[in-house]
Design a protein around this ligand. Structure first.
Ligand code: C2E
Ligand code: CA
Ligand code: CA
Ligand code: CA
Length: 280
């Protein structure tokens, strides 16, 4: 315990509150998990809504502690990873592993594979991120246009100029960019114009009910129209039924991802699907 002040000890006594204890324990376990290589990526396929073609996958982080039957989902640890700063090291691993897998699939014949990787706002607060991305591409020999980085609206809002510079350099290299969970944050039309992303990913909270909810339908339609007027593509996340898929198609949405097609799966379980993508 640190002697930061007269009250500092209180936090480190057995009575420390449950939330803080949970944070400390999870943080320490995450640190060990990194050392022990307990992280894995699952991949969720994304499809072209017009011809049904497999266009890419999104890499989603899983934590598989030895001896546990099921992997732990990011919902239960990603916040601790962010608040402890461990997401920087974990995110670096995610980038490398995702690029490595994309390169493998490309070698296996999936020539236009697209690998989407989630970036946390915390990763942008350390200076090494740009270099991490470039190193992950170089070491895996993956061409930049196979990589798509998913940014959140909160990333665009922090330290605008440095983020803008980073994003511009990535764009110049040919890396593609999308805005994740679109519609849930605060990005304005002005941001979208400045950041020159390629794609908006319409948040699941708007998508999941469009077969029944007229207001959600109006929101999704508005997002798609706005995206098109800015020359951006749209992808819907959380597509769980044929009815939702059909609505999205008639609304002009380009791409689609969700349990209707597939849950996120280990790479090996996608090989059959990927083989089909390569042979066309
Ligand atoms: P996200 O980026 O919005 O990812 C989509 C989440 O929705 C995933 O949850 C996915 O499994 C789930 N999902 C996909 N299709 C459907 C569907 O049809 N219905 C429903 N109900 N859910 C669906 P997951 O894998 O638990 O990830 C949760 C969040 O954790 C992600 O949300 C992302 O914010 C974060 N995350 C995951 N992997 C990473 C990573 O490598 N780095 C960072 N920074 N964050 C990550
Ligand atoms: Ca995402
Ligand atoms: Ca999302
Ligand atoms: Ca989401």
């Amino acid at each position: 315990a640190k002697k930061a002040g007269p009250h500092a000890y209180r936090f480190f006594e057995p009575r420390m509150n449950i939330a803080l204890r949970h944070f400390v324990e999870t943080r320490d376990a995450l640190r060990l998990a990194l050392e022990r290589r307990e992280f894995v990526l699952h991949y969720q396929p994304q499809f072209d809504l017009h011809d049904g073609r497999l266009i890419g996958v999104e890499a989603l982080l899983r934590w598989q502690p030895a001896g546990e039957a099921h992997p732990r989902m990011p919902g239960v640890f990603i916040q601790v990873a962010e608040h402890s700063g461990l997401i920087v090291a974990i995110g670096r691993w995610v980038l490398r592993e995702a690029c490595r897998q994309a390169a493998l699939w490309r070698e296996a014949g999936w020539l236009d594979v697209s690998m989407a990787v989630n970036l946390s706002a915390v990763q942008f607060r350390q200076p090494g991120l740009e270099q991490d991305v470039i190193a992950a591409l170089a070491d895996s020999r993956l061409a930049p246009h196979h990589l798509e980085l998913e940014l959140t609206e909160s990333i665009l809002l922090q330290g605008i100029d440095s983020v803008l510079a980073t994003v511009s350099r990535w764009k110049a290299l040919g890396i593609r960019l999308s805005i994740d969970d679109f519609g849930t944050g605060y990005s304005s039309l002005a941001y979208l114009k400045r950041f020159k992303v390629d794609k908006l990913k319409i948040d699941r909270s708007f998508v999941s009910d469009i077969a029944h909810d007229e207001e959600d339908r109006a929101i999704v339609q508005a997002i798609i129209q706005m995206a098109h007027s800015l020359n951006l593509k749209t992808i819907a996340e959380g597509v769980e039924s044929a009815a939702i898929e059909e609505r999205l198609r008639t609304m002009g949405c380009e791409e689609s991802q969700g349990y209707f097609y597939s849950r996120p799966l280990p790479a090996a379980e996608l090989d059959a699907l990927v083989a089909g993508a390569g042979s066309t």
